[in-house]
Design a protein around this ligand. Structure first.
Ligand code: AMP
Ligand code: ZN
Length: 141
């Protein structure tokens, strides 16, 4: 796709620090890393986002992300990993070529600039709303 920076990286016409690749996927370092070792895994074929990507590419990208998460833990001594996907501008997506962020996490905050989790897991939601939304979704799938 024209004007897609990640397609340009796949084509080799934009610079990148490539970490791994296979038939369907490419993994490269994020240029604005939020932690040491933050990388991105993309399908070589352009898909805009999670709603768009075909199952075979999503499977391949996910498996590559798992492989690199393990490697990052081993190589960098990470204490954990976040996988992150943003789907849609209102959900923080800024590059509209599907990607999974692989973000090694560290207790050592000189290596990890992620802020605290942006929701409050300990605050219970409205039980009626949870049940009604769950029921609607169950009926829709
Ligand atoms: P998102 O905001 O979830 O769409 O993530 C886009 C990510 O792509 C950001 O973390 C950017 O730092 C990263 N990024 C943008 N352009 C490049 C590039 N040319 N090479 C590597 N990473 C990039
Ligand atoms: Zn693209």
């Amino acid at each position: 796709m024209t004007d897609c920076i990640f397609c340009a990286i796949v084509a080799g016409t934009a610079p990148s620090v490539i970490v791994a690749e296979d038939e369907r996927t490419l993994a490269f370092m994020d240029i604005n890393p939020v932690s040491d070792g933050h990388l991105l895994v993309i399908p070589k074929a352009h898909s805009a986002d999670l709603l768009d990507i075909p199952p075979e590419d999503l499977t391949a990208v996910t498996l590559m992300a798992q492989r690199l998460a393990r490697d990052a833990v081993d190589e960098f001594g990470a204490d954990g990993v976040n996988l992150l996907n943003s789907c849609g501008a209102d959900a923080w997506q800024t590059v509209f070529h599907f990607h999974l962020h692989v973000i090694p996490r560290y207790l050592d905050k000189t290596r990890d600039r992620l802020p605290a989790v942006p929701w409050t897991p300990e605050v219970p939601g409205d039980r009626d709303l949870i049940v009604s939304l769950g029921s609607r979704l169950a009926a829709a799938v």
